[in-house]
Design a protein around this ligand. Structure first.
Ligand SMILES: C[S@@+](CC[C@H](N)C(=O)[O-])C[C@H]1O[C@@H](n2cnc3c(N)ncnc32)[C@H](O)[C@@H]1O
Length: 267
C-alpha cells in the first residue's frame, strides 16, 4: 500500500514462522505500512499508529476505496515535476482543506513518487522529500486498494500512542510490535516517522508493556535491531536473531543486511 521506512515485507517469512497458531484478536499498534497485518488478513484486528496521516489513509480506504481511487486517477493523469511539488506544498499547508479521500490520495501519490519512497518529515512535521526518478510509478492500482479495503473492513483503526491502542487487549489476543528501531550506531538515528522520537526510555517502557501483556495471558511478538541494549531489556523472552535486508540508509552503498531480533513471549 504505502512504502514505509522499516517496512516489514522482507521479514515476513521470519515473522510468519514465529506466530502463534491460534489467537483471538490481532493488534498491530505500530502499523506503519502494516505489512504483517495485510499479509495475515486477520478476522478481527486493531490497527493503530501515532501518525495521523497514516491512520487517515487507512480510515479513508476502509470507508470508501473508490473515492480514493478517483482522486488517485487525477494525480496519475497530471503527474509531472510541477504537479509533485504543487501537491507537496498543498500537503504541508495547514490552511488547505481537503476531503478525507483527497488527503489519502495525496499521501499515496507522494509516497509512490517521492525520492526512494522515503516518507520523512522535519521537526515541524513537514514532508520535505524531493521527487524520485521513476519512469512509471504505480500511482493508482485499484485492485490493491480494493484488496486492502477488504482486510481493513475487519479492523478497528485507532490513532493513538501504542499504550492507549492496546489497552483493551485480553488473554488469548496476539500483539505484534514493530516500534521505531533502537539505533545500531549513533549515526543511524532515523526516528522521523512522526515529529516525535522513540528513545531508550520508550524502548524500556515498551518492554514493560510487553511483560505486562504476557502476564495477562496475551501472546506478544516484537521486532527490533539486534543491539546489546535490546537484548538486555527483553530478558525472559525468547530472543532470536534473523537477517533482514534493510534500506534505511539513503546511501545505497551503506545498505545491506543487518541483524534483527524477533522477540516472542506468552506462547
Ligand atoms: C518501524 S515503523 C513500522 C513498520 C511497519 N511494521 C511496516 O511493515 O511498514 C514504526 C511506526 O511506529 C509509529 N510510532 C512511533 N511512535 C509511536 C507511539 N508512541 N505509538 C504508536 N505508534 C508510534 C510510527 O508512526 C511508525 O509508523
Amino acid at each position: 500500500m504505502v512504502k514505509w521506512v522499516g517496512g516489514k515485507t522482507k521479514l515476513l517469512p521470519e515473522l510468519l514462522a514465529r506466530m502463534p497458531e491460534r489467537f483471538n484478536r490481532y493488534y498491530e499498534p505500530f502499523a506503519g505500512g502494516a505489512a504483517l497485518f495485510f499479509r495475515l488478513a486477520p478476522r478481527r484486528a486493531v490497527l493503530a499508529d501515532a501518525n495521523h496521516d497514516l491512520v487517515g489513509l487507512y480510515t479513508a480506504i476502509k470507508k470508501d476505496a473508490n473515492a480514493v481511487i478517483r482522486q488517485l486517477k487525477l494525480h496519475r493523469d497530471s503527474h509531472d515535476e510541477a504537479h509533485y511539488y504543487e501537491t507537496r506544498t498543498r500537503w504541508n499547508d495547514r490552511e488547505v482543506s481537503w476531503s478525507t479521500p483527497e488527503r489519502a490520495a495525496a499521501f499515496i501519490y507522494l509516497n509512490k513518487t517521492c525520492f526512494n519512497g522515503l516518507w520523512r518529515v522535519n521537526r515541524s512535521g513537514a514532508f520535505n522529500v524531493p521527487i524520485g526518478r521513476y519512469t512509471d510509478p504505480p500511482i493508482c492500482v485499484p485492485e490493491a486498494l480494493h484488496a486492502a479495503q477488504q482486510v481493513l473492513s475487519r479492523a478497528e483503526i485507532r490513532r493513538a500512542d501504542y499504550r492507549t491502542a492496546i489497552a483493551d487487549a485480553k488473554a488469548g489476543d496476539f500483539l505484534y510490535f514493530d516500534p521505531p528501531y533502537d539505533p545500531v550506531t549513533t549515526t543511524a538515528n532515523f526516528t522521523s516517522y512522526t515529529a516525535d522520537v522513540f528513545g531508550a526510555d520508550e524502548q524500556r517502557a515498551l518492554a514493560d508493556t510487553a511483560r505486562a501483556l504476557v502476564a495477562k495471558g496475551c501472546m506478544v511478538m516484537l521486532s527490533n535491531s539486534d543491539t546489546p541494549f535490546m537484548r538486555s531489556i527483553y530478558k525472559g523472552f525468547r530472543v532470536e536473531r534473523v537477517k533482514c535486508p534493510r534500506a534505511i540508509n539513503s546511501n545505497a552503498a551503506k545498505r545491506g543486511d543487518v541483524d534483527e531480533l524477533i522477540i516472542t513471549g506468552g506462547y
